[in-house]
Design a protein around this ligand. Structure first.
Ligand code: SF4
Length: 176
């Protein structure tokens, strides 16, 4: 995967500069601009989840391991992606489309296909809004955001933060 950059170290200073550039480009799950109030808010009040950042307090506290709704980020009011997540979102949309093809081939129930389509549409709306933001910039600004995106992706990779989705099965009392 292209966005899984090598886990090299990113200095705190470079990361802080990247966050400072990126925080104004944060959107919510509808694609509405939702800037982080400060670099500190971006870093301390959010946690990396597979396709963006999450600001749900209990999940932030748990380091991104305690999503209350099983990582349905595309429809969640706590989802806060920014352009550093565009590659991950691209790959996820590709993967969701492949899964939808399989669901159709398996004659899965309509609700399964509909859920996949809804997620694809929601992620597509988010990435379109972020791409529009980038297109409105001059070339120098865009280059700075691309550099900041690379720094943040490297930082997440070096910390072992999630870049793919794994869901821990729910334990049911009495099972096993
Ligand atoms: S669905 Fe995503 S954004 Fe919402 S609480 Fe769970 S991890 Fe956070």
């Amino acid at each position: 995967m292209q966005y899984l950059t090598s886990p090299e170290k990113v200095t705190l200073n470079r990361k802080r500069q990247a966050v400072e550039k990126m925080r104004s480009l944060v959107v919510d799950y509808t694609g509405t601009s939702t800037p982080a109030a400060s670099a500190t808010a971006y870093e301390l009040r959010s946690v990396a989840v597979p396709y963006g950042n999450c600001i749900e307090p209990s999940n932030v506290k748990a380091g991104g391991q305690a999503c209350p709704i099983r990582f349905q980020c595309a429809g969640c009011g706590f989802y806060r992606p920014d352009p550093s997540h565009l590659l991950a979102i691209d790959e996820h949309i590709f993967s969701l489309k492949a899964t939808r093809e399989k669901a159709l081939a398996m004659a899965a129930d309509d609700f399964v296909v509909r859920n996949l389509s809804d997620q694809i549409n929601a992620f597509d709306r988010v990435r379109t809004k972020m791409r529009e933001q980038l297109q409105d910039m001059n070339p120098e600004e865009r280059q700075e955001i691309e550099g900041a995106s690379t720094v943040l992706r490297k930082s997440r990779a070096s910390q072992g933060l999630p870049t793919t989705l794994t869901i821990t099965p729910i334990e049911h009392p009495g099972n096993g």
